[in-house]
Design a binder for this molecule. Structure first.
Ligand code: NAP
Ligand code: ZN
Ligand code: ZN
Length: 353
């Protein structure tokens, strides 16, 4: 198979900083779209994977699954895109398309296993798939999304993971008018959850460990903000919420949040820390509460989310950085110091030698 050599940013081991690498991209096959990547968001999952925190990383790794850019080439059977179109790729680049979940549009739960944008076996070239910290990407057109023309392109990139990961559970658990919704952790996912839950019509209460983010939370649309390290403030919200979306990237106290749910309330985890999160039986039993999880969203739902964001003018609040600042951005993510998504301007990689 013909390939092209492209520049990327990644790492060959967990303990070393990311640096420039060269990778191969396949030439387009009949159903493929080739995209010049203009911007790529930095998700905390990139950091978990680059540092092998989930114990499944195969090196070298090139992270990045919040990809937006321009179509530069299409295969001869491609019907959904043409050269020059804006296009996006999120967390998946393929799936079996035949299992019950793929048929339902739940490719994220594909039975034989989907192909993630990075760190999945690459059926075309062997080795592993490489993500969006790179000049270009090639994907089957069925896993490429259309971007609403009215949205700022760089600030749209984070919708491809942070957007869909919060939109999908908010919709599944029927968040809307009359519902009091808690959002825990004001980072990339958390700030998108505020904007989307507000657009869905919910009353949003944000829980943050960072006093410095309380003003921002209100600007982002929160109706109320709670400093979660202050027990007195937490007690006031006991048994008051219908739904909580937990977007925290590290170990934290789940019971403290379960106790804020009303009867039949649900706490849904999207944050993915590696450490177990202990739950006390009575936190669940005493209010017929449920504790669940949610994983990104399917392809059709991702397009639906992008269209919803286009309609409501929702994008991410971003800090645009060059590739050389990726390692510093990772350190800031670890400290919760993000306002509210880092996005890499990929022109900075082009200009590297
Ligand atoms: P992020 O931008 O780094 O935000 C995480 C936020 O969690 C921080 O800003 C901070 O908010 C809070 N936090 C961090 N450490 C904490 C601690 N020790 N105790 C309490 N709160 C803490 O991360 P992200 O990109 O939004 O991702 C969040 C998590 O979701 C990650 O684990 C990521 O891997 C996972 N994820 C899951 C899916 C999925 O499909 N389920 C998809 C994407 C990402 P405050 O300063 O407000 O407290
Ligand atoms: Zn992600
Ligand atoms: Zn499948």
């Amino acid at each position: 198979m013909e390939t092209t050599n492209v520049k990327a940013y990644g790492t060959e081991a967990a303990q070393v900083p990311l640096k420039q690498l060269n990778i191969q991209r396949r030439s387009v096959t009949s159903h493929d779209v080739e995209i010049e990547i203009l911007y790529c968001g930095i998700c905390h999952s990139d950091l978990h994977t680059a540092r092998n925190e989930w114990r499944n990383t195969i090196y070298p790794i090139v992270p990045g699954h919040e990809i937006v850019g321009k179509v530069t080439n299409v295969g001869n059977h491609v019907t959904k895109f043409k050269v020059g179109d804006l296009a996006a790729v999120g967390c998946m680049v393929d799936s079996c398309r035949e299992c019950e979940y793929c048929k339902e549009g739940l490719e994220q739960f594909c039975e034989p296993g989907n192909t993630l944008t990075f760190n999945s076996p690459d059926e075309h070239l062997g080795g592993q798939t490489y993500g969006g910290y790179s000049e270009s990407i090639v994907s089957d057109e069925n896993f490429v999304l259309h971007i609403p023309e009215n949205l700022d392109l760089a600030a749209t990139a984070p919708l491809l993971c942070a957007g869909i990961t919060t939109y999908s559970p908010l919709k599944h658990w029927q968040v809307g008018p009359g519902k009091k919704v808690g959002v825990v952790g004001l980072g990339g996912l958390g700030h998108m959850a505020i904007k989307i839950a507000k657009a869905m019509g919910a009353h949003v209460v944000v829980f943050t460990t960072s006093a410095s983010k309380t003003e921002d939370a209100k600007r982002l649309g929160a109706d109320e903000v709670v400093l979660s390290t202050d027990e007195e403030q937490m007690t006031k919200y006991a048994k008051s919420l219908h739904f909580i979306l937990d977007c925290v990237s590290a170990q934290h106290n789940i019971d403290a949040y379960l106790n804020l749910l009303r009867v039949d309330g649900a706490l849904v985890l999207v944050g993915a820390p590696m450490e177990p999160l202990p739950v006390t039986s009575f936190s669940l039993i005493m209010g017929r509460r449920s504790f669940s999880g949610s994983l990104i969203g399917g392809i059709a739902e991702t397009q639906e989310m992008l269209d919803f964001c286009g309609k409501h003018n929702i994008v991410s609040d971003i800090e645009l950085i060059g590739v050389k600042e990726i390692n510093e951005a990772y350190e800031r993510l670890l400290k919760g110091d993000v306002r509210y998504r880092f996005v890499i301007d990929m022109a900075s990689l082009k200009n590297e030698k």
